[in-house]
Write a protein that binds this ligand. Sequence first.
Ligand code: G6P
Length: 486
Amino acid sequence: MTALGPLTVVSNRLPVVMRQRGGSWKVEPGAGGLVAAMRPILERQGGCWVGWPGVVEEDGQGWAGGLQRAGERAGYALEPVTMSRDQYEGYYEGFSNSVIWPLFHGFADRCTFDAADFEQYRAVNQRFAEATMRCVGGEGLVWVHDYQLFEVGQRLRKLGHRGRLAHFLHISYPGMENYAKLPWRRELLRALLAYDLVGFQTARDVRNFVRCAEAFGVGGVLRHEGGEALLVAEDGRRVEVGAFPIGMDFQGFSERAASSEVEERVRALQDEIGAYRMFLGIDRLDYTKGLIHRLRAFELMLERHPHLCEQVMFFQLVVPSRENVSEYRSLKREFDRVVGRINGRFSTSGWQPIRYLYNRVNPVELAALYRLAVVALVTPLRDGMNLVAKEYCACQVDENGALVLSEFAGAAAQLGEGAVLVNPYDRETTADAMARAVQMDEARRRIRMRSMRRIIAESDVYQWAERFLDRAVEGPQPGEGFATPA
Ligand code: G6P
């Protein structure tokens, strides 16, 4: 790890969420790829994590002590940013999750553009900037994460922050046609160009961003080659842009998967499911994850390959997410309906093709599920990276599983050859790919799994952070192609 010392990380979510259960405040782990990736980095390096503790001002302050103790246990400070219920609704449910999230994943029709929400987004970004100033005192590198906080860099500069500022976007960046629909398209481009370094998951995201900056005349493009670009902001500052595909804690996951505790749990689960070969899906309940498409492809697989009936089963873990946003509530109802229909159609007295759990599971259970699955189905309609794909491979310590992976996940650019790639919109070929994966001969499965595990181990989350932070601290180095801008 880079010799940087303690980090200042800013993200909407802290690694923990404070929840009121039975009259007292409980600390629960936060869900999602960002938290999963950043938690081990902060644990290793220490510092301060600025973020939202999952409560609104109207909830009172009873959670503050519990949060502080959670920070002490974790070994880094947790700096909470609070907001009113109105601000939360406009900033988080409104602008972040009903505008940027759908738009950046290519679902412009699901966007609800509302100027009042954008105002709340700006007000809350200001709060995050003020909390960050309290943490760093205007000096040093600040690493801001994701789409909820585009404007924090700009606002830190206005508040007088003198250190370098970096931003990493965990989700994909949209193509020009989609981005163009955003009423505040120039404002958000300007916001990103306030940083010294802007990181994306893939070269494609970098390309999309550069094209949008060019198209809307915000900043100039000095260079752009593959996954790297150098732009000049309107105030003349140079802004480095690059692809930094995020990794995960490969060693941590592999070691846990090989532990006796997990082995015991794998045996118990195997007893429960019997001899069936298990397909596994693990996703937040989100329309970008392609859950309904996946169910329908699985259904078609059973229809077209009837010999697989009573040979396989599909276990889907669905992690509750954004339950106050209406798009998410209706997805839950549709998911239940489709699962019921498929089970009704194919079940026999001793066999039910699909089982699902709508909940969170602990790390041991998660590793056991990953180990047990003969095939993991990671078939989002669009995804920045998708760490489930990588976690599955890391936990496949027997190197015996197959990964069916969407072309539209950032992970496909890295794992492409080892995975069975699918277009999740194409039900027929996805169904056949699922059948192929579960019937693949063991030798081929092993070769492919081994190659994916090698790639994931060689670009784990620590190396990702080191590469990003080195770049953020130092800027372009002589000889790296971006040192002497034209
Ligand atoms: C994705 C986003 C994260 C977000 C996570 C969970 O991974 O990139 O920024 O935290 O989803 O979503 P939530 O809205 O619950 O934070």
